[in-house]
Write a protein that binds this ligand. Structure first.
Ligand SMILES: Nc1ncnc2c1ncn2[C@@H]1O[C@H](COP(=O)(O)OP(=O)(O)OP(=O)(O)O)[C@@H](O)[C@H]1O
Length: 607
């Protein structure tokens, strides 16, 4: 891996911001447009953290933009408060509080329902500003008379009045906002944000309390919008009521889409393109009302043909020029797998060391009229390797889902390491040392193998939630060791920097097991770890499972009986949701009931 220059992005941004007043005006940008680009670029950074990094599409940014701006403008025009920067900061805090309250409601739902709630909330704020709160907000007149910013240095006061001074003020705050956001996306918190975007259910199952992460990002995005609102009031000397309009939210979404979501620089490029084009169509081409139509068509074309936005386009051009590819796609070496080293790979300590690590009584799950599991009694000892078999539809996966607390049982109890976990959530279960690898891979596809393993390890090392938004990843103690020893164990050391989407199927299956392992479980459930593998991959994976099993308790579901019987000490057979029989592999192979179940079932694989 090539060594990266620290703070390169910040340095280049600083240079670009210094160059802007010399480059953009000759290209037709007015001072007001340049300042608006800075403001929308900043609001867009907050939105990008929410949408581009965390996958939450919100149309509610206008509510916070208006709230922050209106609060600052109110302080500066209706009270004796005169400190402009402090007023903007107070507006930002109020926007953050509004973000907290809205987030508590909106984040109860996901996807399109979340987006629709934010639309409704933007409309509610717009109505509030115009009607019940008109006395404070000026209603349709807004709040005029907002002073320009100044900086008191004791012996003198700098006024930000001229075009260049105003630009310096806005560019400074844009830079601060960008530097904070860059730090945030490089932090452990930032990696969990991407995990939520890629696969929220897996992030939850790996032990992250994703609701709290989402809420914090929602508040941060609201604060960026609120700060931008305050800057707008200062720039215009007036807080316009239309800041609250839904169109403002729409513009932020469109600017980010044009520039490229998940890049932080995209919103700035997008706002520059959007604002320049709208100026150009209105003032240079004098298109009248048609400018919106033309701009709409340009937007559609840009989004359709530049799927990763302008930033994506520039990155592609850069890679073409220097002859590199963004993705690493090194082929898997045919031989010489690195030797698995379990040295640094820990597992959570248990309260007890002997007896049953897991004990299930009367476990039942009904889906409507279907009894997926009925009255199952089951127990596994500490350090045991147990196999579970059964024909298709026997209820094996449902049983695992209940054991890991992913699905609530209809009745029955589950005890893990001496405590009742029947009503526990999947996140908490993982945090106390119980997790599973999935039958169908549940990976973070657009991230690298290293990032995938880090996401897992972070849940173990930091707990289910930590607001370490500005912490450097290097400061998380034990992270590198945990990631590297897991990668060695699942034979993926040579693929650590490959994107998961580029992995071969067998590699993905091993990473699936690696994700579960990196949480350091004391009881690991493996749901069909050999599914879909070639004969060669199976041999390799069985060897891998043997090395994982040392010092750990495993329960493995698989249809490949030969491999499974080679691995496990005892086997539990399920049929039609019920426990059919339990015994050693030899007893199970020769059991007439089992043979009948399989001959009557789909596989007939016991021979
Ligand atoms: N979410 C669900 N909603 C309704 N029915 C379900 C649901 N999940 C499982 N079932 C039903 O419960 C029964 C058991 O399914 P389950 O997936 O647990 O079986 P399995 O033994 O894991 O099967 P396979 O070996 O094919 O993976 C099936 O009849 C299935 O259709």
């Amino acid at each position: 891996m090539s060594r990266k220059i620290p703070f390169l992005a910040e340095l280049l941004t600083l240079l670009a911001l210094i160059a802007v007043p010399f480059i953009l005006p000759p290209l037709g940008f007015t001072p007001a447009t340049i300042n608006r680009i800075m403001i929308f670029g900043l609001v867009g950074i907050g939105f990008d953290l929410l949408f581009g990094y965390t996958g939450l599409l919100s149309f509610g940014q206008s509510a916070f933009f208006g709230t922050g701006g209106m609060f600052a403008a109110y302080l500066l025009t209706q009270t004796s408060f005169t400190n402009v920067v402090l007023a903007i900061i107070f507006g930002t805090i109020v926007a953050g509080v509004a973000g907290y309250l809205v987030g508590m409601v909106a984040l109860r739902r996901t996807g399109i329902y979340f987006a629709m709630i934010t639309v409704a909330i933007a409309e509610v704020f717009f109505f509030m500003e115009f009607n019940p709160l008109a006395e404070y907000t000026g209603g349709e007149n807004g709040l005029p008379g907002v002073p320009s910013a100044s900086l008191g240095l004791g012996f003198t006061t700098i006024q930000f009045k001229s075009d260049l001074e105003q630009y310096a003020f806005f560019a400074f705050w844009f830079f601060i906002g960008l530097a904070i956001a860059l730090r945030m996306v490089r932090s452990p918190f930032g990696l969990v944000m991407r995990a939520i975007r890629e696969n929220p259910d897996r992030a939850l199952a790996l032990g992250h309390n994703i609701h709290r992460y989402k809420l914090v990002v929602f508040i941060v995005a609201a604060m960026y919008a609120g700060f931008g609102g305050g800057l707008l009031a200062v720039m215009q000397g007036f807080m316009p009521p239309d800041a609250f309009m839904f169109a403002t939210s729409g513009e932020v979404v469109m600017m980010t889409a044009i520039g490229g979501a998940g890049t932080l620089f995209g919103p700035l490029l997008g706002s520059a393109t959007w604002l320049l084009l709208s100026d150009f169509f209105q003032t240079v081409l004098n298109l009248g009302a048609t400018w919106k139509l033309i701009l709409g068509i340009v937007f559609v074309l840009l989004v359709v043909f530049l799927r990763r936005g302008l930033v994506g386009l520039f990155v592609d051009i850069y890679h073409k020029l220097v002859g590199t590819h963004k993705r690493t796609s090194a082929p898997e070496p045919a031989t010489a797998m690195p030797t698995a080293s379990t040295g640094a790979l820990r597992h959570k300590s248990t309260r007890n060391q002997s007896g049953h690590i897991i004990e299930v009584k009367g476990l039942t799950k009904h889906y409507g009229g279907i009894a997926a599991n009925s009255d199952i009694d089951f127990a596994v000892n500490y350090g045991e390797i147990r196999g579970i078999i059964g024909p298709n539809g026997a209820g094996k996966s449902t049983f695992f889902k209940m054991l890991t607390c992913e699905v609530k049982p209809t009745s029955g109890t589950i005890k893990f390491d001496g405590r009742d976990i029947t009503h526990m959530g999947v996140t908490e279960a993982c945090q106390i040392g119980l997790t599973k690898s999935y039958q169908i891979n549940q990976l973070f596809e657009r991230l690298t193998v290293r990032q995938n393993l880090m996401i897992s390890a972070l849940a173990e090392l930091r707990g289910k939630f930590k607001a370490d938004l500005l912490k450097s990843m290097d400061k998380v103690r034990g992270l590198t060791a945990q990631v590297e020893s897991t990668a060695a164990l699942v034979h993926l050391t040579h693929r650590l920097d490959a994107q998961v989407a580029d992995l071969a199927y067998g590699e993905k299956r091993r990473l699936e097991v690696g994700l579960a392992l990196a949480t350091s479980p004391s009881l690991l459930l493996l749901d069909e770890p050999l599914a879909g593998m070639s004969a060669e991959e199976r041999i390799e994976t069985v060897a891998l499972l043997k090395s994982i099993a040392k010092g750990r308790t495993l329960v493995i579901i698989d249809h490949d009986m030969d491999s499974l019987f080679e691995l496990v000490e005892r086997v539990t057979v399920l049929q039609e949701g019920r426990l059919l029989v339990e015994g050693t592999p030899d007893e199970i192979k020769n059991n007439a009931l089992v043979q009948e179940a399989y001959l009557g079932g789909v596989h007939g694989e016991t021979q």
